[in-house]
Structures are given as structure tokens and as C-alpha cells.
Design a protein. Structure first.
Length: 249
């Protein structure tokens, strides 16, 4: 009597898919270690490998999908990190180039530094600065300031630059303390320099009141001056308390 033979169910061989997965992950690990940030990328891939089909179970369709999405996200992050690193490297190179260019520009044609040349070291408001009365009505119309730049050797220096002067009445309320202000660009200073061989040299600067109809109530005004040297682009500050008694222009 013949026996009936049941056909044996053939289980799908997952060894091939697992081998393929392992091979893909292995190749990505090798590539990652060859990059500049290989350690970081390899660590991320190892995490992905733990959940990859064939590397520890979880080979259901849902698990395969999640693992695939995870690998895609990691790959995208790798690309972003690599791109950002390249951009940072480019910025570093540009900053280094600009710093070198600045060092070259600060050198004189002979190779000497600007610090070796005659340059502004400080500024001073002369003690003879005071109020002026242009309309001769007995009341000051503003303050005439004698501003003097000095070089590093202590001598007077007619330097190119920009001057900003503010007049402050410290006896007034804070919102009314600024009683005068003026700015002179380099071209404006050409005719304002007074120099004589045997006397002091200075810029003569007239700063009118901010509101001529209502002069400051205080008799002492603080003048604050800033000189920005055109050669070095350095700013120098000074201030002086000035009596506003009218003076002949």
C-alpha cells in the first residue's frame, strides 16, 4: 500500500538578505572610518546596524521599514554635518586670509609697521578753550574749542581724521544735558588748523548751542571730544570742564 507523501514546506532562506545587509553596513562603516569624522559616522552606523534586518532579528516588514528610514535619516545627517564642516573650513580660511591682508596693509612700503611711523598718540583740549559771543549780545553762543593732537614723541601733530565734539551741562536734567554737538570730517578740518613756529598748534572748533534761544543754565560745560585717526582708524577721547564766559571771536 502506497504511502502518501506530504510536500515539505520550504522556509524562505533569509541568509542571503542578511548577508547583503551585513555587507552594506560593513561597507558604510569602512567608508565612515576613512572620513574626517569617521568616528562619529561609524558610531551612528553601529546603532543603525543593531536594528537592521539580519543583525539581531526584527525582520518583520515594519521593522525593515523603520530600519530603512533610520538609515536614510543617518545618511542625511551625515551629509549635513559634512557640508557644515566644509563651510566652516571655508570661513576659517577666509578669516585667515583677511587677517594676513590686514597685517600686510599695516606695513609701510619699507616693511616697517605703522607703529614705527609718526602717529597720533593722544589728544588734548587746550585750557584756553571757552565761550564765544558772535552777535555781541553779552551771552555766549557756544564754545570755541582748541583741540590738539600729539604724536608719540610729545609733539603737536596735524593729523588727518574725524572729530566729534559734544557739550554736556551736568547741572541739567539727564534728558537736557546735551547742549551742543558737532562733527567735522577730514575735508572740513583743512582750514581749521592753526600752526605757528613759536606757538602752539591746534584745531579751532566752534560748537554752537543746540538750542540758541535757550542757552544752558550752568556756567561750566563739559566738552567731550573724540578724534578718529584716518591712518590707524584708532579713536582718541578727551574731555575738559570749560567756563562759558563769552570770549571775543
Amino acid at each position: 500500500m502506497a504511502r502518501s507523501h506530504r510536500s515539505k514546506r520550504v522556509r524562505p532562506d533569509r541568509s542571503d538578505s542578511r548577508s547583503t545587509a551585513r555587507g552594506q553596513v560593513g561597507r558604510r562603516l569602512i567608508t565612515a572610518f576613512r572620513t574626517r569624522r569617521g568616528g562619529f559616522y561609524a558610531a551612528a552606523l553601529c546603532v543603525s546596524a543593531l536594528a537592521h534586518p539580519g543583525c539581531g532579528g526584527g525582520d518583520t516588514p515594519q521593522a525593515v521599514k523603520e530600519s530603512s528610514e533610520r538609515v536614510t535619516r543617518i545618511s542625511d545627517l551625515e551629509d549635513k554635518v559634512r557640508t557644515q564642516g566644509e563651510l566652516l573650513s571655508m570661513k576659517d580660511a577666509e578669516l585667515a586670509r583677511q587677517a594676513q591682508e590686514l597685517r600686510e596693509l599695516r606695513k609701510a612700503p619699507s616693511g616697517a609697521s605703522l607703529d614705527d611711523l609718526v602717529h597720533v598718540e593722544k589728544i588734548e583740549i587746550d585750557r584756553l578753550s571757552g565761550g564765544y559771543d558772535d552777535d555781541k549780545d553779552g551771552r555766549p553762543d557756544g564754545i570755541r574749542i582748541y583741540l590738539r593732537p600729539y604724536d608719540q614723541f610729545g609733539g603737536y601733530l596735524r593729523a588727518a581724521g574725524r572729530i566729534h565734539v559734544r557739550l554736556v551741562d551736568l547741572t541739567a536734567p539727564p534728558e537736557k544735558q546735551l547742549v551742543g554737538e558737532a562733527i567735522w570730517e577730514n575735508d572740513d578740518l583743512t582750514d581749521l588748523w592753526y600752526g605757528a613756529l613759536m606757538s602752539s598748534s591746534h584745531y579751532t572748533l566752534s560748537v554752537p548751542w543746540k538750542t540758541p534761544q535757550t542757552p544752558p543754565i550752568g556756567r561750566t560745560i563739559t566738552a567731550i571730544a573724540t578724534f578718529t585717526d584716518m591712518l590707524s582708524n584708532r579713536a582718541f577721547d578727551t574731555q575738559r570742564a570749560i567756563d562759558v564766559t563769552p570770549m571775543t571771536p
